[in-house]
Design a protein around this ligand. Structure first.
Ligand code: KG4
Ligand code: ZN
Length: 340
């Protein structure tokens, strides 16, 4: 009487993820990352990531199955990220998913990476209410989404970053300040000892004539860099905790103000925050405070479900299966530039 076990496969960037979900319940997952192999190039190298996916895919699927106490024979459907993402890495995941689906004789579902991020928020806890506003903030994404019905309607982009993602901004400014990688957690720690008002940083795209839900973080990075230069030119060293606190405050203020505004403008009572940057203590505190003041329910899933993984792809696959959505054809193509 239950729905099938869905195997989800994610390979759009540098994480190889596999997860197993049935009826909204996460049964097991495993992730491998090629992040270390890219570190010395200062960014993800698609060719290296694709090769790493080839190596990691079968072992990661095996590990997810082992953790769930399942075998391949238990899998009743396969979901895979078709886009957006890097072409080579996406090809590896889609090829693997087709092989599993074809050899097991089960349906294949090509899914949108961001729909996966949103679906992951419901894996532990209640299903997401329809509609809801989703703020997705990571090293790769910064978007405000309007989700009406995840399994049936396309996600509406209320706004996106025009340049850097919020996580990228944390990472780049951390580097300027001489803090270790990844920069977000380092800035979060340093900011505890700092005074956010000691350094004046802009609130990008926050004027009355600016697009209300779009973001821009590259100017913030430049402003922070200029401030550091000015300190050094004046013969001093930048006070790292103050700079960290000011940057964190500028990002938290911008993100939370726009997210809450998106909810109130659209009459929506639930805000979901996902992505690695959702770990930030100031962003969490300010979102809680502003949501409470506006009467909005806030949902932040556990962090291990916030970052790229296969469980989130299994989660959206499970929603599609249960809603009776048509499977993808076996000649499913990747869609690297699917609208983010
Ligand atoms: O979702 P995620 O793990 O990976 C992808 O981007 O796909 O997000 C990683 C980003 C990095 O930029 C990292 O610096 C940031 O999330 N991050 C944080 C914190 N923890 C991780 N940013 C601010 N404060 C944190 N506590
Ligand atoms: Zn992602």
């Amino acid at each position: 009487p239950t729905s099938p076990v869905v195997l989800g496969i994610e390979s759009s960037c540098d994480e190889t993820g596999a997860g197993l979900v049935r009826d909204g319940v996460l049964l097991g997952q495993a992730v491998a990352s090629s992040m270390d192999e890219h570190a010395r190039y200062g960014g993800v190298v698609p060719e290296i990531a694709a090769r790493a996916h080839v190596h990691a895919m079968a072992p990661v699927v095996r590990e997810a199955l082992d953790r769930a106490g399942l075998t391949l024979a238990d899998v009743g459907a396969v979901a895979v990220t078709a886009g957006p993402g890097l072409s080579g890495p996406l090809q590896v995941g889609v090829a693997a998913a087709k092989s599993y689906a074809f050899s097991l004789g089960v349906p294949l579902y090509g899914v949108h990476h961001l729909a996966g991020h949103v679906a992951a928020a419901a894996l532990e806890g209640e299903p997401l209410p329809n509609p809801c506003v989703v703020l997705i903030v990571s090293g790769g994404h910064t978007s405000l989404l309007l989700v009406r019905d995840l399994a049936r309607d396309p996600i509406v982009h209320l706004g996106d970053t025009l340049d850097d993602a919020a996580g990228e901004c944390f990472d780049k400014v951390a580097r300027i300040l001489g803090l270790p990688y990844p920069g977000g957690p380092a800035i979060d720690r340093a900011a505890r000892e700092g005074n956010p008002n000691a350094v004046r940083l802009p609130r990008p795209l926050s004027g009355p004539n600016d697009p209300p839900y779009a973001f821009s973080f590259s100017g913030l990075k430049t402003a922070a860099a200029r401030w550091v230069e000015a300190q050094r030119a004046a013969g001093g060293e930048p006070h790292v905790p103050d700079a960290a606190a000011a940057l964190q405050e500028a990002i938290a203020d911008t993100l939370t103000r726009k997210a809450v505004r998106a909810c109130t403008d659209h009459g929506i009572g639930t805000l979901v925050v996902v992505g690695g940057v959702a770990a930030n203590s100031r962003i969490r505190a300010l979102t809680e405070q502003r949501c409470a003041a506006a009467g909005i329910t806030l949902r932040v899933p556990p962090l291990r479900l916030c970052t790229d993984n296969g469980a989130m792809i299994a989660a959206i696959g499970d929603l599609l299966v249960r809603s009776g959505a048509a499977p993808s054809p076996m000649n499913l193509s990747i869609d690297p530039s699917a609208p983010l």
